[in-house]
Design a protein around this ligand. Structure first.
Ligand SMILES: Cc1cc2nc3c(=O)[nH]c(=O)nc-3n(C[C@H](O)[C@H](O)[C@H](O)COP(=O)(O)O)c2cc1C
Length: 339
């Protein structure tokens, strides 16, 4: 365990201090650690009042005791000779958090120097009074400050208490609901794939069940299937080839697939109607691109109709003009994404 984490774990609130004053340089080091605390937007709004003057310390102790409702004579600072009061500017939206962190830093710094420390509350009530406001004024503090807390510190005069066991169940692992998943195909996916294809394309353009059976036989791992739970909602597929251009032959002849080929072809991006315009097809395309890149291909090639040219361009595909394909009697544009 590194020394910072060890200090964080070993620091304890100390409730009995020796009256001896710690070295000035140690007190200053503690204060400086407070000044280095993070603050919202880096505004550094908190200020620290160094109360090592015995008369002032005794007065604040009396007031704090009264505010806390204890019997007169009880010292809420447990005999600590140094009280570092932290105030923060109420005009700053993060003032309470900023001030709290200053106290946290100072307690850790004190611990690292072998001194004890404790957060003592009720600075808010003290510094709300006219008397304390006047004191602030007399020290040159201008602004709308609120007391956040005190870091009392000094030499430890007791056994260091054991840390309370950490309460269970306070850490929650955040994750996105795993409703949607993407995976390659297996022969068992044939019916679902053929059904989605039939829903997505006119008969002239749709691949048949038999064609898909053959594609799955040759390149099931070049299908990207997206499921909503157990339901296939979209897929992308295409063979891999050393041929740079996508030809109609490729649709009909899955045996042309060359597992070590340079170009990943994309034959179609099919999303069933009720899942369209939600970004799922884009996720599939991005996954196909990512996998092809990871497999060391030169790039991805597809053909699409004119209305989809701009959509594919968003993923980095470049339009190479009208393709030789006459697939389904339509006009197709060839687009290429080169890695
Ligand atoms: C916001 C805050 C206010 C606290 N106020 C007091 C206080 O007024 N008096 C006191 O004895 N301890 C006070 N403590 C110290 C806590 O009681 C102490 O941190 C807690 O019991 C856990 O012990 P540990 O600091 O040793 O881990 C305060 C702590 C925090 C964070």
């Amino acid at each position: 365990m590194n020394e910072v984490i060890r200090a964080i774990k070993e620091r304890r609130s100390i409730r009995r201090f020796k009256p001896d004053m710690p070295k000035r340089e140690d007190i200053d080091a503690i204060i400086e650690a407070g000044l280095y605390a993070a603050s919202g937007k880096g505004r550094q709004s908190p200020i620290i009042i160094d109360v090592s003057d015995p008369a002032l310390r005794a007065k604040i102790s009396r007031d704090n005791c009264r505010i806390g409702g204890w019997q007169e004579g009880f010292d809420p600072f447990y005999g600590a000779p140094v009280v570092l009061a932290v105030l923060a500017d109420k005009e700053c939206p993060t003032y309470i958090y900023d001030g709290s962190l200053v106290i946290g830093n100072m307690m850790l710094a004190a611990h690292s120097l072998g001194l004890g420390s404790i957060w003592i509350h009720r600075a808010k009530q003290e510094f709300e009074t006219d008397e304390y406001k006047k004191m602030l004024e007399s020290w040159g503090v201008k602004g709308n400050y609120e007391g956040i807390g005190h870091c009392a510190t000094g030499f430890i005069d007791c056994e260091i208490p054991e840390a309370a066991p950490r309460r269970e169940g306070r850490v929650f692992r955040g994750f996105m609901p795993r409703r949607f998943s993407i995976r390659p195909a297996t022969p068992d996916d044939l019916d679902a794939i053929a059904a989605v294809e039939a829903e997505c394309f006119p008969e002239a353009e749709a691949a048949t069940r038999e064609q898909f059976a053959s594609r799955l036989e040759h390149y099931a791992s070049h299908f990207w299937l997206m499921f909503d739970g157990g339901k296939l909602i979209a897929f992308v597929d295409g063979m891999v080839s050393d041929e740079p251009d996508l030809s109609d032959e490729m649709y009909a002849h899955p045996e042309m697939h060359n597992e070590s080929g340079k170009w990943q072809m994309i034959f179609g991006v099919n999303t069933i109607p009720e899942y369209r315009r939600k970004g799922y097809a884009g996720q599939l395309i991005m996954r196909a691109i990512e996998d092809s890149r990871n497999q060391g291909r030169k790039g991805v090639v597809l053909t699409c109709k004119a209305e989809l040219v701009n959509w594919y361009a968003k993923f980095g595909f470049v339009n190479e003009g009208v393709s030789e394909s006459v697939h389904g009697g339509a006009v197709w544009y060839q687009m290429r994404l080169s890695f």
